[in-house]
Design a protein around this ligand. Structure first.
Ligand code: NAP
Length: 301
């Protein structure tokens, strides 16, 4: 960077941050891939708020310490991401009906007693890119049984799909999740090595990946598909494949599905749409146009 550019950058930062500036943080592990700071800081600027958004990596064992410490400083709210969306429950004193139902939290703010009040904005975010596609009475598959899977299932119920098959490697979280949505829709759970999986993939109208496989981290290899390539052998070109991951773009799964002729959707619009809902929660109703956050991301990517 040439010296003039550094001066401009320093001026820009010092214009934004003062001794009165508060912050909102994304808590997860990993968070280094996250694009939330880019779009949220663009939104705060658009709204003229004296607020910045940062990403804070946090291991499981430090979650309580970090959340309790953030209550005592100028932190106005949090986003919670992988792997803490369920674990954060015990640290909140108010939980919205939707977060309670889903047993997954992605947004927190401090209430008047300086305790964490929690909600979930992922359902609205998930539905956003599907709003112009008629999925009523169609068959769907959800891969993974963690926090995001719960929001996806609720979204699919809201969109009136006929069946949801959840495929997971984790029997206990799968059983728990199926129990959670009992009697609301034709819902079945199966393990990823179940022979029935191939038939379900062949017949699915929509497949949603909620596992982190394919995410840009050092942990996962490049080009890996959820449950391995053989799992996908019966995928047909009529199926819509939606990967909640947005970095890298396209993900290995979406690249593979595109080659098969499928319509593909990545997690970017969901990210923006859930982010807009989070801002509304933190600010008691302020609205940011979709394009403000989306343009910030597009400029960055
Ligand atoms: P989570 O609660 O940790 O759940 C992850 C699920 O994936 C669990 O069922 C987990 O099984 C499974 N899984 C993990 N590694 C796997 C592997 N190598 N093979 C097969 N299954 C595996 O995480 P989450 O909060 O649901 O988030 C999941 C993904 O969705 C993340 O990549 C996140 O970034 C993305 N997401 C995107 C958006 C968006 O706005 N676009 C919003 C929410 C989430 P185990 O229990 O056995 O580990």
């Amino acid at each position: 960077m040439v010296p003039e550019q550094s001066i401009i950058l320093i001026e820009k930062i010092s214009n934004m941050i003062s001794s009165k500036t508060s912050f909102i943080a994304l808590i997860g592990n990993p968070v280094s891939h996250s694009l939330s700071p880019i779009m949220q800081n663009a939104a705060f600027k658009y709204l003229g708020l004296d607020l910045i958004y940062i990403a804070v990596p946090c291991k499981d064992e430090n979650l309580g310490l970090v959340l309790n410490s953030f209550k005592k400083i100028n932190c106005k709210g949090l986003n919670i991401t992988i792997p803490h969306k369920e674990k954060v429950f015990n640290l909140c004193s108010e939980i919205s009906p939707i977060a309670n139902k889903l047993k997954a939290i992605n947004t927190l703010k401090l209430n008047s007693e300086k305790e964490w009040s929690a909600t979930n904005t992922d359902v609205d975010g998930f539905i956003y890119p599907l709003k112009n596609i008629n999925l009523a009475k169609k068959k769907s598959i959800v891969l993974g049984s963690g926090g995001a899977a719960r929001s996806v299932i609720q979204g699919l119920i809201n969109l009136n799909l006929s069946t949801i098959s959840v495929i997971s490697r984790n029997k206990s979280s799968l059983d728990e999740l199926i129990k959670n949505f009992d009697n609301q829709i034709q819902l079945q759970g199966l393990l990823n090595n179940d022979n029935q999986a191939q038939i379900l993939i062949q017949e699915a109208d929509l497949i949603v990946n909620t596992t982190p496989v394919g995410m840009k981290t050092t942990k996962h290899e490049n080009n890996v598909l959820p449950y391995g390539e053989a799992f996908w052998s019966s995928l047909n070109s009529q199926t819509i494949v939606y990967d909640l991951i947005y970095n890298p773009a396209p993900t290995p799964l979406l690249r593979f599905s595109d080659r098969k002729g499928c319509v593909t959707i990545d997690g970017l619009e969901m990210l923006v749409a859930q982010g807009i809902k989070s801002i509304s929660f933190w600010t008691d109703g302020l609205e940011v146009p979709f394009h403000v956050m989306n343009d910030a991301l597009k400029k960055y990517l």
